[in-house]
Ligand binder design. Structure first.
Ligand SMILES: Cc1cc2nc3c(=O)[nH]c(=O)nc-3n(C[C@H](O)[C@H](O)[C@H](O)COP(=O)(O)O)c2cc1C
Length: 349
């Protein structure tokens, strides 16, 4: 309904202009509502989360709308991906909506205003204890050394973050996903400072089982990495052929696919990782979450926290409250006291 109305009145506007308008409306703080679900409170890496539903990286790349995003009801926000220097990203058009699947294909390529601007915004934000912030860091397209951007960013953002995410899984920066290979990831971790901040690595759903097992082993052995964010967008289009699409040329566009067609793929990865790591590392599940049931499923598969992005585009500001209501109800219905009692149980919603 929300998407039908918005797409009718905004037909001539590109997805990127619409996104800017959304961020602008968040800055006006018009969505503030009271959201309090005691059974959704959860404790992860020593921090108290009001609820386990977070905003995924990429929505607020420059930390422009932090208070307005918390107004929507999120339990935590992941800001970024931020790079050291500002960069424009790829040529436009580069974001394609596929309403038939409530999905998006995009190849933005880490467009952002750079870390200086990002930190200025963060310094202006009066952070409360329960407003958990993650900062997602990435490398500039033209940086000469694959690791130095991460080393540099880690150091300067850490005082502002409750956790840091090392993003080596976006499909839109050439060569970035090669950093997921065993030798590279080991080298990257060795370049990070010894443990100062809760740290996650964000992984692509397109890696094979061996690469995934290698990553699990590395994280299990590493004192510097606390967990994984599963997953980024996919370059696969396998789940976009079950029904006809009006502008089917969009499927062929290069870029990462997100939304419901990613859900199954992301859940398979979560399932495999949880079976291998057995609760010894923290998992944040992301990919195709658009309801309380989807969030329940990811937690039940082993995630401690959940994130979303694409469903917010299609369902609008009321989405988070709806998810929180449904998740809270589903916990009660299954006689579960709280979120942590659901983690890894494999209970079906
Ligand atoms: C327009 C757009 C931009 C994104 N930008 C980033 C980004 O900068 N960094 C990142 O780690 N992930 C980025 N993502 C991926 C999301 O954080 C998330 O992993 C993915 O979209 C799957 O979740 P969803 O199905 O709920 O959207 C982006 C996704 C979209 C749709």
């Amino acid at each position: 309904m929300y998407y039908k109305i918005i797409s009718k009145i905004s037909k001539p506007l590109s997805p990127e202009i619409l996104h800017k308008l959304f961020l602008f409306s968040l800055k006006l703080r018009i969505f503030k509502k009271e959201k309090n679900f005691s059974n959704l409170r959860t404790e992860v890496f020593g921090k108290s989360f009001e609820n386990p539903i977070g905003l995924a990286a990429g929505f607020d790349k420059n930390a422009d709308a932090i208070p307005g995003l918390f107004d929507l009801g999120f339990g935590f926000l992941e800001l970024g991906t931020v790079t050291p220097m500002p960069q424009l990203g790829n040529e436009k058009p580069r974001v394609f909506k596929i309403p038939e699947y409530e999905a998006v294909i995009q190849r933005l390529g880490f467009n952002n205003r750079g870390v200086e601007d990002f930190l200025r915004n963060l310094k202006n934000f009066d952070k409360k204890k329960n407003q958990i912030l993650g900062i997602n860091i990435g490398k500039n397209k033209n940086s000469e050394d694959n690791f130095s951007d991460y080393e540099f960013l880690y150091d300067i953002v850490k005082v502002h973050a409750d956790y840091i995410t090392i993003n080596i899984s976006s499909p839109n920066t050439p060569g970035l996903r090669d950093l997921q290979k065993k030798e590279n990831i080991t080298k990257l971790i060795s370049r990070l400072p010894s443990k100062t901040k809760t740290t996650f690595i964000k992984i692509s759903p397109d890696i094979n089982d061996r690469e995934l097992d290698d990553i699990c082993n590395i994280v299990l052995d590493s004192a510097k990495i606390d967990g994984l964010i599963l997953t980024n967008t996919t370059i696969s289009r396998q789940n976009l052929y079950s029904k006809p699409i009006k502008n089917s040329w969009k499927i062929e566009e290069t870029g990462g696919l997100s939304g419901p067609p990613l859900r199954g793929l992301s859940n398979e990865i979560i399932n495999r990782v949880y079976k291998k790591t057995k609760g010894k590392i923290i998992l944040i599940g992301v990919g195709g979450v658009s309801s309380g049931k989807d969030a329940f499923e990811k937690i039940s598969l082993g995630c401690n926290l959940v994130q979303l992005y694409t469903s917010l585009i299609y369902q609008g500001p009321s989405l988070i409250l709806n998810i929180l209501k449904e998740l809270s109800y589903l916990l009660k219905k299954n006689n579960l006291k709280n979120v942590s009692s659901l983690v890894g149980t494999n209970i079906k919603p």
